[in-house]
Design a protein around this ligand. Structure first.
Ligand SMILES: [Zn+2]
Length: 288
């Protein structure tokens, strides 16, 4: 088991945080998408960020992060649910070969979307600002939630890691809180070389940083790459395409073929199946 999310609290410092390591899941995502090295890195970092952010949710549901409209990086999308299911994709602008994050994402906006299982969806959108993805998140929190946040993200071709600490709002009247706590916490985090996070476990990292602090850990959450695609959802896509186009696709050799961009799963439909998709549903009949 390599993919774990460790959420923790440092009550004396009035800080909450999380650390994550991704290996198996990250490999799984990369296995069916020939992304260039730079994009692999950003996708790994973004996945880590999404997992770190779910530790702050007060509901069961899903959180997604979307960077859209960059000069070279057309889309970077990652999501993570409160039960640890993750997935992500990237799309490169036509003809681009992105190298530098700041150049690739020039002009992009970042949206963070919260989707509770029950209740209203919430979306915060900001213009992307930062030389690295981690910096963009720090700026996002500074602007949208006014929560001082430090985030470290790192990924290579095979694994990814992240660390986040957040200063909680002062609740007042708690005499035991260390007033210099946030400064000390920031200083400790600044001693971490992001690359170091790829060579040690989250437990080792947290111990190295906070062994002198009172720390409460939540039970680590196992993370899994799990796609939400289904034949039913693909059928809906084909219905939206329209009967004539769907039939034309089904008449191609091998039938109509739709590949899920997230997981690489291929869905095939022959002409008879396409005809069935467009058959009016008899009143009172359930969908098969
Ligand atoms: Zn899928």
């Amino acid at each position: 088991m390599t993919d774990l999310l460790h959420a923790f609290a440092l009550p004396r410092l009035n800080v909450r945080g999380a650390a994550v390591r991704l290996r198996d899941g990250f490999e799984q995502i990369l296995s069916h998408q020939p992304y260039p090295p730079s994009v692999r890195t950003w996708l790994g970092e973004a996945l880590c960020a999404a997992t770190l952010l779910i530790t702050g949710l007060k509901f069961q549901g899903r959180l997604s992060v979307q960077l859209q409209g960059g000069a070279e990086l057309a889309l970077l999308y990652v999501e993570c649910s409160s039960n640890g299911d993750c997935r992500g994709i990237a799309r490169i602008a036509e003809g681009a070969s992105p190298q530098e994050f700041e150049v690739a994402t020039r002009g992009a906006a970042m949206a963070v979307t919260l989707e509770p299982l029950q209740g209203e969806r919430y979306q915060g959108i900001v213009e992307l600002q930062g030389a690295t993805l981690a910096e963009c998140f720090e700026n996002y929190f500074a602007r949208s939630e006014q929560l001082p946040t430090r985030m470290l993200l790192c990924a290579d071709d095979a694994q990814a890691a992240g660390l986040m600490v957040q200063k909680l709002p002062e609740s007042g009247g708690i005499g035991s809180i260390d007033r210099d706590g946030w400064n000390r916490c920031e200083h400790l985090v600044s001693t971490v070389d992001p690359l170091e996070m790829l060579s040690i476990s989250s437990e080792q990292l947290l111990h190295r940083l906070f062994h002198q602090e009172e720390r409460f850990d939540r039970t680590p959450l196992p993370l899994h790459i799990r796609c939400r695609c289904s034949r039913d959802k693909v059928s809906d896509v084909l219905r939206r395409l329209g009967r004539d186009e769907a039939i034309a696709a089904a008449n191609e050799p091998g039938g109509a073929q739709i590949t899920c961009e997230f997981c690489g799963k291929v869905y095939r439909f022959d002409v008879i199946e396409i005809e069935q998709l467009f058959r009016p549903i008899a009143p009172g009949a359930g969908r098969a």
